[in-house]
Structures are given as structure tokens and as C-alpha cells.
Design a protein around this ligand. Structure first.
Ligand SMILES: NC(=O)c1ccc[n+]([C@@H]2O[C@H](COP(=O)([O-])OP(=O)(O)OC[C@H]3O[C@@H](n4cnc5c(N)ncnc54)[C@H](OP(=O)(O)O)[C@@H]3O)[C@@H](O)[C@H]2O)c1
Length: 326
């Protein structure tokens, strides 16, 4: 099996390499690509040193079994189709193809079956969407979700290595905001992505559109407020959910407990507790009445929200198709 990571030196790309190793994916060949800036540097995979190469069209035409793209939407728009045309399955972390109708937007625990018999580009959803739908899917399956009101508390690593650098440089005294619209150190910023004509931000609309596509239900009312907070790793969300069928708090609790890769806990869970893990943590579960519930949801945005979901897509695709494609 030939696997490559595009954007391998970024926050998500480096974690993809680590998660491939942790999850027991052992390609015969692993290639790492980034821009000319970091070509020649190296990363470790299963005890071997892998040199990062500059991305180019020629190598993509060789074809890989799986190409994990994590270098931003411009790179994906320029190169992902070339790789897919060469027969590679491209798992793309950017927003470039998420809402393209024929491209599956996959959270394997929810709609992994879309990968059966599929070749081409597979889109990985936005980090804040993945952790929310993982925490809500089983409630939706059992009781139907009518509406969601969500507020996020998103870490600076969600904006990549430049986001982390900006917080760290402000902690050590350099204040001018560049990556974020306001100073992030000692602050919170209620805007992620540009503000659109309807008043919502790009990140808020991603949560709406992507949730509709993953759950295949455009009738769910979704209202999001996305906020950047001075946390390095781990996004948190307060979620208010309204079900179509009535449910007791205990039934909702059981639904969350039955969710794959989700842990329901009565402990206080902060982003520091979730960082470095592959689980979504749901806590502070409360009932308003028999259709309206509140909860706190935490996950590592780089892992659950990006790298781990991408590796889970690879493994699911492999499990569903390996024989038919070999
Ligand atoms: N961070 C998150 O929580 C998160 C979650 C979900 C999805 N994503 C998405 O994942 C992608 C990467 O995010 P990130 O946080 O890892 O960003 P990042 O830390 O800024 O890393 C960007 C990566 O892309 C590479 N790159 C940039 N321009 C390139 C080019 N022209 N050709 C080849 N490689 C290029 C960089 O290589 P150099 O080292 O050479 O600059 C680096 O490896 C983005 O599309 C982002 O929206 C991120």
C-alpha cells in the first residue's frame, strides 16, 4: 500500500503521520509532501526518518492508494483532482470539496458506508462539525433532532501553526494581531472566518451546511456562534438540542453512551483533559424538558477534528474495499 501526506509539516499533517503509526497503518511506502519551505526536513514514522519533499504534479500522477491532503483549500483545489484522476483515494481536510454534491463528506462512525465502492476525493468535515455530530448522532438516530443551538470555544491550533505562533508571541509580549481579528491572548474573539451578508461567519455556516449533509437532513434548524479562545489544543462546545420525539434524560444519556468514540462523563472536562486523545467527551448533560437538552462537548480538534477522522476514513475505506480494488 502506498500512502502520502500532503501538508505533512503542518499541525494536522504531523498529527496524521503520528495517528497512522498509532492506528497500526503500515504502508509499504509513505511519502511526505509540503511546500519548498520545508522540503528536506524530516519526520519520524515507526522509527524511520522520512524526508519531506516539495509537492509537485509529477509525483501525484504516479498514483497512491491513499493521499491525505492537509495543506489548505488552494493546494487541494490545485492538486487533489490530479491525484484522484491518477486513481488515488484523496482524503481532503480542507473546505475545498466538502459541499460538492457528488463528493462524500465522511465521519466514518456515522456515514462510513458511503465509502463502499467509492474512489476519488473524500472530504473530511470541519473540526467543530465532527465533534458535534459524533456527540449528537445517536440522539438523532433514536429521537430525531429538530434543532441545535451551539456555541463554540475554539483553540488557536484550529488556525494551524500560525494560530499557535500568534498566541505564543502575544504571551511573550508581542501583541499585534495578524492571524486573528483581535488580540487572542487574555481575550476571546466572537468571529471565526469572514462575516457573511446574513451576519453569520463562515465557520458558523460550515457547521450548518456540513451537519445537514452528514446527517442527510436539511430540515434540522441549526444556529451556531463560533468563538476563538486562548487555548492551544481542544475545541469545546455548549450544545442545546431539541428532539422531535420526547425522551427522558436517562434515554438521552443511554444514546450518548452508545455512541462510537464518544465518552459521556459526570466529570468536569476541559480542553486540556481532551487534548491528545481520540475521543469526544460529553459532560454537563441536562434536561430542560422532555425534548430539550443541554450538554458540554470537548475534543482534540487536530486529532478528532482532522487527523484521526482522516485516518479512520482511510481504515474504513480499506476495510470496505481492499479486496475489490486489489
Ligand atoms: N487545525 C485544525 O484544527 C484543522 C481542523 C480541520 C481541518 N483543518 C484543515 O487542514 C488544513 C491544514 O491545516 P493545519 O492546521 O495543519 O495548517 P498549518 O499548520 O498551517 O500547515 C499547513 C501545511 O500545508 C503546507 N503547505 C502550505 N502551502 C503549501 C503548498 N503550496 N504546497 C504544499 N504544501 C503547502 C505547509 O507546508 P510548509 O511547512 O512547507 O509551509 C504545512 O505542511 C487546512 O485546510 C485546514 O483548514 C485544520
Amino acid at each position: 500500500m502506498r500512502v502520502a501526506v500532503v501538508g505533512a509539516t503542518g499541525e494536522v499533517g504531523r498529527t496524521m503521520v503520528r495517528v497512522l503509526e498509532e492506528q497500526g497503518v503500515r504502508p509499504d511506502e509513505l511519502r511526505l509532501f509540503a511546500s519548498a519551505r520545508s522540503a528536506g526536513t524530516s519526520l519520524s514514522f515507526c522509527g524511520n526518518s522520512c524526508t519531506v519533499e516539495e509537492l509537485g504534479t509529477k509525483v501525484l500522477k504516479e498514483g497512491f492508494d491513499y493521499l491525505l491532503f492537509s495543506a489548505g483549500s488552494n493546494v487541494s483545489k490545485q492538486y487533489a483532482s490530479i491525484a484522484a484522476e491518477a486513481g488515488s483515494v484523496v482524503i481532503d481536510n480542507s473546505s475545498a470539496f466538502r459541499m460538492t454534491p457528488d463528493i462524500p463528506l465522511v465521519v466514518p462512525e456515522i456515514n462510513g458506508d458511503l465509502l463502499r465502492g467509492y474512489r476519488g476525493i473524500v472530504a473530511n468535515p470541519n473540526c467543530s462539525t465532527i465533534q458535534m455530530v459524533l456527540g449528537l448522532y445517536e440522539i438523532h438516530r433514536r429521537f430525531g433532532i429538530k434543532s441545535i443551538v451551539v456555541s463554540t470555544y475554539q483553540s488557536v491550533s484550529g488556525a494551524g501553526k500560525n494560530g499557535i505562533n500568534e498566541l505564543e508571541s502575544q504571551i511573550s509580549g508581542h501583541v499585534e494581531p495578524k492571524k486573528f481579528v483581535r488580540q487572542i491572548h487574555l481575550n476571546v474573539i466572537p468571529q471565526i472566518g469572514a462575516i457573511l451578508e446574513n451576519g453569520f461567519s463562515e465557520e458558523e455556516i460550515k457547521m450548518v451546511d456540513e451537519t445537514h449533509k452528514i446527517l442527510q437532513d436539511d430540515s434540522i434548524g441549526i444556529w451556531a456562534t463560533t468563538v476563538r479562545v486562548p487555548v492551544l489544543y481542544g475545541h469545546s462546545e455548549t450544545i442545546w438540542v431539541e428532539t422531535r420525539k420526547p425522551a427522558s434524560l436517562d434515554e438521552v444519556r443511554k444514546a450518548i453512551e452508545a455512541s462510537e468514540n464518544v465518552e459521556l462523563t459526570d466529570q468536569v472536562i476541559s480542553p486540556l483533559d481532551g487534548a491528545g486523545t481520540d475521543l469526544v467527551y460529553v459532560s454537563r448533560l441536562r434536561a430542560f424538558d422532555d425534548t430539550r437538552f443541554l450538554m458540554w462537548n470537548v475534543a482534540d480538534n487536530i486529532r478528532v477534528g482532522a487527523a484521526t477522522n482522516a485516518v479512520r476514513i482511510l481504515k474504513k475505506h480499506r476495510a470496505l474495499n481492499a479486496r475489490s480494488f486489489e
